[in-house]
Design a protein around this ligand. Structure first.
Ligand code: AMP
Length: 215
């Protein structure tokens, strides 16, 4: 299964991706995660990306395309992959189509996770991640038992640099102007599937699986 996950920041793409990995045993490729790792490692690419990410803007297409190409060519992607947070605009989608055509591994589906704007804001501003084990919490919906301490490993919880209110507004604007048009792009290609991303995580996951398994 070769899948693209679409949806605004905070729609829960990452959560669904993690559950899909377990079920279908295929890797998740999150350009956001790859970029955050480069930032944490302090690589030259990470240094360039950090300033852009903290402003909520998109990292140049050339950089992300290179990262994705390198990743999909790896052995574990032969049986499929889930692209999460990529493509983010039409130019990236077209470049991805070309890349996958050349590699003879075209996409099967683009799954759009749809969530109303008001919910997105709360999900993003409330999001906290554990420094130790990366477990995610939300101060509004799923808080840790003790403030700023991970229930699982006792690690310290932090707020992502790009989850601050001003940056979030910018990220949602960038989504509307650059990424939302991809819904039409994949609809025209006949591979779009949409799911409402509200309700319990398990309920959404059930709907996702039945959509993906439907011919
Ligand atoms: P995410 O975790 O997917 O929301 O990504 C966090 C940030 O990383 C975004 O706001 C962008 O600055 C950058 N980023 C992630 N994926 C891409 C992409 N495909 N193209 C450009 N920038 C990206």
């Amino acid at each position: 299964m070769r899948l693209v996950l679409l949806g605004a920041p905070g729609a829960g793409k990452g959560t669904q991706a993690k559950m899909l990995i377990e079920k279908y045993k295929i890797p998740q490729i999150s350009t956001g995660d790859i970029l955050r790792k480069a930032v944490a490692d302090g690589t030259p690419l990470g240094k360039e990306a950090k300033t852009i990410m903290d402003k909520g803007e998109l990292v140049p297409d050339k950089i992300v395309l290179g990262l994705v190409e390198e990743r999909v060519k790896q052995e574990d992607c032969k049986k499929g992959f889930i692209l999460d947070g990529f493509p983010r605009n039409t130019a990236q989608a077209e470049a991805l189509d070309k890349m996958l055509k050349d590699l003879r591994m075209p996409l099967d589906s683009a799954l759009s996770v749809d969530v109303p704007k008001d919910d997105l804001m709360k999900r993003l501003t409330g999001r906290r991640t554990c420094k130790g084990c990366q477990q995610m919490y939300n101060v509004y919906y799923s808080p840790s038992k003790k403030k700023d301490v991970c229930d699982k490993c006792g690690g310290e919880l932090f707020q992502r640099g790009d989850d601050k209110e001003e940056t979030i507004k910018k990220r949602l604007d960038v989504y509307d102007s650059s990424t939302a048009p991809l819904i039409d792009y994949y609809k025209k290609k006949g591979i779009l599937k949409s799911v409402k991303g509200v309700g319990s995580i398990d309920e959404i996951f059930k709907k996702v699986c039945s959509l993906l398994e439907r011919e």
